[in-house]
Design a protein around this ligand. Structure first.
Ligand SMILES: Nc1nc2c(ncn2[C@@H]2O[C@H](COP(=O)(O)OP(=O)(O)O)[C@@H](O)[C@H]2O)c(=O)[nH]1
Ligand SMILES: [Mg+2]
Length: 285
């Protein structure tokens, strides 16, 4: 859905400019990344765009990520002196913490308003992130609305609106949609595994095979448990075949239905059904 937007240089330039314009209107930036792939889901030029403006990194979809890795990523950001928060935009878990963090990082700004006698000036925020990371969901959750369409369609121009959240916080109803990283292959795979980019970069069978390879390496116990299979001494393709047999993905003649089993694996991984799995650890970064 989200990757309908093709990122070509002209579009990237326009995007950047319109985000920069919106940035000048806000006091704090909520940068959304995917807790399962904090590195891969971060836009490559975000630092250059946000600059010195107060920023909170929201590790969204933390409900789908490994809790131990969640802690390690939080510690990683603490060490870097960056404000971050674990979040689940679907349930809204973390909202209170986010609002108090937003107050914290804008303290100086609010004090300077006060000093100048500006009273009741709202604290304004905007959300930035790559496609599919949960921007619209977060806007809906924060605004208490269900199913509000929040612009993923570049052709639609309309005036920005401020959504009153709580206390003095106001949120721009239009998120900044940034492009994902393109260069590294592993990043592309991570984005595809989690569904952040469409499956077009690889056919689903190859993508599922690559995912199995990663799961064998990092979360074999979860996979063994989920599919009730034995993986010892098996190649990646044999593991896929075992899962296929278990799930009755068989076509006429007793052959494995590779497309079907691939879809099951990708779908169950994305929904967190195989388990809460983080694909990137901070020590490798
Ligand atoms: N499990 C889980 N799913 C989420 C979370 N946030 C968003 N989603 C799902 O991720 C998908 C993309 O969300 P969306 O808000 O449309 O992303 P956007 O492209 O950044 O606006 C949707 O299917 C959401 O339901 C979250 O915190 N946890
Ligand atoms: Mg959206």
């Amino acid at each position: 859905m989200s990757m309908n937007i093709n990122w070509y240089p002209g579009h990237m330039k326009k995007t950047r400019e319109s985000i920069e314009k919106n940035l000048s209107l806000v006091d704090v930036v909520f940068e959304l990344i995917d807790a399962r792939i904090p590195y891969s889901s971060q836009n490559p030029i975000i630092d250059g765009i946000v600059g010195n403006k107060p920023r909170i990194i929201i590790l969204n979809k933390a409900d789908l990520a490994d809790s131990n890795s969640n802690k390690m990523w939080q510690e990683y950001y603490i060490k870097k002196g960056v404000s971050s928060i674990l979040f689940d935009a679907l349930s809204g878990k973390g909202v209170d913490k986010l609002l108090s963090l937003a107050n914290e990082v804008t303290l100086e700004k609010r004090q300077s308003y006060e000093k100048r006698g500006v009273i009741n000036r709202p604290i304004r925020a905007m959300i930035i992130g790559i496609p599919n990371v949960g921007k619209s969901t977060l806007i809906n959750t924060l605004s208490g609305k269900k199913g509000t369409k929040t612009g993923n369609r570049p052709g639609i121009t309309r005036t920005n609106q401020w959504i009153k959240i709580r206390g003095s916080l106001e949120l721009l109803d239009t998120p900044g949609i940034l492009w994902p990283k393109f260069e590294e292959e592993i990043v592309g795979l991570n984005l595809a595994f989690t569904g952040a980019i469409k499956d077009e970069i690889l056919d689903r069978e190859t993508l599922a095979l690559k995912l199995i390879e990663v799961l064998i390496r990092t979360s074999s116990d979860l996979m063994v448990k989920r599919y009730d299979i034995d993986i010892k001494g098996k190649s990646t393709i044999q593991v896929m075949e075992s899962i296929g047999e278990r799930r009755g993905c068989i076509i006429r003649g007793g052959e494995i239905d590779y497309t079907k089993v691939s879809n099951i694996i990708l779908d169950e991984f994305r929904k967190g059904i195989i388990g809460k799995i983080t694909l990137e650890q901070p020590e490798n970064r």
